[in-house]
Each structure stands twice: as structure tokens, then as C-alpha cells.
Design a protein around this ligand. Structure first.
Ligand code: GAF
Length: 447
């Protein structure tokens, strides 16, 4: 786990002054996979693990970013010009992407991503300042837990706050999504960035990715969510993710010709899909079928959770996994093995892969009374089935992005949640916008 006080001290040693601290969480998605770029529904929860950024402003336009995990220090320009093509998936590409997008909204979108990132980042077009950043994370990287969105959102929040600009979380999430499209080359939806912004302790988020309407669903204390890392790294940018999105868009084009009201798979029914089946390849038919059915599953799962009907919730998770495995084809042998093992254990309501797929993590929703045993059994059985030692842990739903106040003498740090402003040492609620007038930032106070 990252110790924020330790991180602040490391920053002081490296950069010779006191930082402010920020953090944004990784996530698991309970249900609603590959629906977010189809205007659909998702139900993620933020992890209680985060990417942390210790940050202090510079007088020039340079960003000096150091990653504890990678042991690298990189120097970039805060307003780097948009690349002709995505740069890659090096950690600094995410920092570069976020700083460039936040600095610049005047230029048109990258043509290949025009449809994916609907709005410019209004009101955030002024250039951001240079900064020294020290980044550390306890979100496993490449495990489908959205470590990249956590990095983008934590850095974006830090850079906006250092520039003393008001922070609108929806705009921040969109800016980070756009950075992912243009700088990392993944045409992702908005789920990961939104949950990194809007996670709430003890709750899953029911998000409508078309309207961005948000509903926080309390997770009952009798349920546990087990995260089961297959230890197979996912390769989201391998082209498979973008290929799935292209298949969905191809399906929508055909559906829209027959049913003009359809703008996205969110608008289609299985009956409508069947009506145009003859005009679709089998692959596109199955891809679209997954998305349409998955959207309905998310809505049903939200109802089941509200009714404390965990059997139904679990069955919907199982159905989701089958559909992702057989029709969307984003699972892999290790994920299937993990899910099958979890599903065979007492007290497990449901299990499925989570995130983009092709490796990474499965999740199991388990009765609290059975969780220790289930977790041990999963570890043992998965290791003997695959030869890989998995990482299995119980996660609780954590908070979205926040600034972190270090108390005097670096003791008893506490989160300053978004929507709160620090005023005479007190947290005050200020609706959605956070604007810190005048920063402490020195002498052991981070804000
Ligand atoms: C990845 C993407 F980044 C998300 O936008 C989402 O599409 C997810 O895969 C699949 O549901 O995490």
C-alpha cells in the first residue's frame, strides 16, 4: 500500500520542497462490460487502492514526472502538441496526454476518435503550468483494474488544482478519456474515468453512459467482492478492443438503416437485431447480441441488488461471463478457469471476468461468511490448474479522486473529497466545483 506521508517525504528529498497529494482509485466492474462505448449501462465500484501523485508547481512549462513503480523520471512539455498517431502505452504517455488535453481544447479532435469523445473540455482550455510529480500506485498494472484511468485522473486533478482552476469531474473524466484515445490509442468508453472520479465508499455506481446519470447503490455488508488476478497481463491496446468497438459500430449502421431511431446499441432490442440478422456477419451479430443483452442485465442487476436478491444478481454475473466468453470473445482460458473455480464454491453467488478482458482479473460476489474459505480455495485450485500463483483479495468500495491533506508534521492525513473546500482547516461543502483559493502547500501542509 502507498503511504502518503512516505510519498511526501520522498518527494521532498527528490524535489526539495513540499508537495500536495492527490489520489484516484482503480476499479472493478460488477456488471455491464463493453457497454460503455455503446451508450449503455455499467455498474463499477472504485477500489480501495489508488494511484497517488505528490505534486508541486514549477515556474516553467515543464512537467518532470517520476514513477516509483517504473523507477523512471521523464520530462515533458505541459502543452505537448497532439501526436500524429497515438504514442504508445508507456506510463508517461498518459501523463503527457492528460496535460496536453487539459492545456488545449481549441484544436479539433483526432479524426479517428471524433465519435468517441463527444465534447470539448469547456472552460478548461487555458494552459496548465509545469509541475514536478512523483507517482506511486497500489493498483496492479495491466490487471484490468483500470490503473491507467487512475493515473490519468489523479494527474489531471493534480495539474488542474496546481493551476488553481475549478475542477468539473465530468469534464475531467472526458479529458482523460480523450487522452487515452489520442495518446494511448485505445478507443475506450467513459466508465473507468467516471468511476475514478465518482467512486463512493460502500457503494457501486450505476452509470448511464449516454446521459451520465449516476446512482450509487449501497453494497450490503453481508456481501464481499473478491478480486482474483489471473496474473495474465491484458493487452487492451492490442487492437482487439478497438476491433470490438468497430464491430458494434458496423452493427449500428445496419440497424439504423432499418430502424432510424437507433443511434447506438443502447437503443436496439434483440428482436430488432434478429430482424436484420441476414444483413450481418455471424461475428457482428454475436457482438451486438452481447451488448444488447448485457445492458438489460445491468438494469436487472441493479433491481436485484436493491431487493437484496443476491442469487439473481449472481446469475446475471454468470450470464455476463458466458456472453463475454462465447459471443464477445474477450475472455481467455485463465479467466474462464478462475470463474469456473469460483463458481463451484459454496457461498459464491456469481463470478465473471471484469474490465476489458484478454487476461487480468475475475471477480466473485461472495457471502461474507464464506469469503475466507472461498479465497483460499480459489488460490489453491487456480494455482494447481494453471501453474500461476494468483493474487486474490477482498476489496471494499472506495472513494473517487481526492486531494489528500497532510496534517501538521505529516500526521493523520485525511482525504479532502471533491465538492469540499478547505477553509480554516475545515471541510466545507461547495457543491460540485472545487476551487482552492491560495494554497498552503508548505511547511508540512499539503493544501
Ligand atoms: C476497458 C475500457 F477502458 C472501458 O471503457 C470499458 O469499455 C471496459 O474495458 C469494458 O467494459 O476498461
Amino acid at each position: 500500500m502507498v503511504d502518503p506521508e512516505d510519498l511526501a517525504r520522498e518527494f521532498e528529498r527528490a524535489f526539495g520542497r513540499s508537495p500536495r497529494l492527490y489520489r484516484a482509485p482503480g476499479r472493478v466492474n460488477l456488471i455491464g462490460e463493453h457497454t460503455d462505448y455503446n451508450d449503455g449501462f455499467v455498474m463499477p465500484m472504485a477500489l480501495d487502492r489508488s494511484t497517488w501523485v505528490a505534486a508541486a508547481p514549477r515556474d516553467d512549462r515543464t512537467i518532470v514526472a517520476r514513477s516509483r513503480e517504473y523507477g523512471e523520471t521523464m520530462t515533458i512539455d505541459a502543452g505537448t502538441q497532439r501526436p500524429q498517431r497515438p504514442q504508445g502505452r508507456h506510463w508517461v504517455d498518459y501523463v503527457r496526454g492528460v496535460s496536453a488535453v487539459l492545456s488545449d481544447v481549441a484544436r479539433p479532435f483526432h479524426p479517428s476518435t471524433r465519435s468517441g469523445c463527444p465534447e470539448p473540455v469547456e472552460g478548461q482550455g487555458r494552459e496548465i503550468r509545469g509541475a514536478d510529480l512523483l507517482i506511486a500506485s497500489d493498483v496492479p498494472i495491466g490487471a484490468g483494474l483500470s490503473s491507467s484511468a487512475a493515473l490519468e485522473v489523479a494527474c489531471g486533478y493534480a495539474l488542474l488544482d496546481l493551476a488553481n482552476r475549478p475542477i468539473d469531474l465530468v469534464q475531467l473524466a472526458r479529458a482523460c478519456q480523450r487522452a487515452e484515445h489520442e495518446y494511448a490509442g485505445t478507443r475506450c468508453g467513459l466508465m473507468d474515468q467516471m468511476i475514478a472520479c465518482y467512486g463512493r465508499e460502500g457503494h457501486a455506481l450505476m452509470l448511464d453512459t449516454r446521459t451520465l446519470e449516476r446512482r450509487w447503490l449501497p453494497l450490503p455488508s453481508t456481501l464481499r467482492v473478491l478480486v482474483c488476478n489471473t496474473m495474465v497481463k491484458h493487452q487492451l491496446a492490442s487492437g482487439e478492443y478497438n476491433a470490438r468497438r468497430a464491430d458494434c459500430e458496423a452493427g449500428v449502421r445496419v440497424l439504423a438503416q432499418r430502424f432510424p431511431g437507433i443511434r447506438a446499441l443502447r437503443d436496439a432490442t434483440l428482436a430488432q437485431l434478429d430482424a436484420v440478422r441476414g444483413e450481418l456477419s455471424d461475428q457482428i451479430y454475436r457482438r451486438c447480441g452481447h451488448v444488447i443483452a448485457e445492458n438489460a442485465r445491468v438494469e436487472a442487476a441493479a433491481r436485484a441488488l436493491g431487493d437484496a436478491d443476491f442469487e439473481t444478481f449472481g446469475r446475471l454475473m454468470d450470464d455476463s461471463h458466458r456472453s463475454l466468453r462465447d459471443d464477445y470473445e474477450v475472455s481467455c482460458a485463465e479467466l474462464d478457469a478462475m470463474v469456473a473455480i469460483a463458481r463451484g464454491l459454496g457461498g459464491v453467488y456469481g463470478a465473471r471476468m471484469t474490465g476489458g478482458g484478454f487476461g487480468g482479473c475475475a471477480i466473485a460476489v461472495v457471502d461474507a461468511s464464506a469469503v475466507d474459505r472461498a479465497s483460499r480455495e480459489i488460490e489453491e485450485r487456480y494455482e494447481s490448474a494453471s501453474g500461476l500463483r494468483p493474487d486474490v483479495w477482498v476489496c471494499s468500495a472506495g472513494e473517487g479522486v481526492s486531494a489528500w491533506r497532510l496534517a501538521e508534521a505529516l500526521h493523520h492525513g485525511e482525504a479532502l473529497h471533491h465538492g469540499e473546500a478547505l477553509h480554516h482547516g475545515e471541510a466545507l461543502h461547495h457543491g460540485e466545483a472545487l476551487h482552492h483559493g491560495g494554497h498552503g502547500g508548505h511547511g508540512g501542509r499539503a493544501l
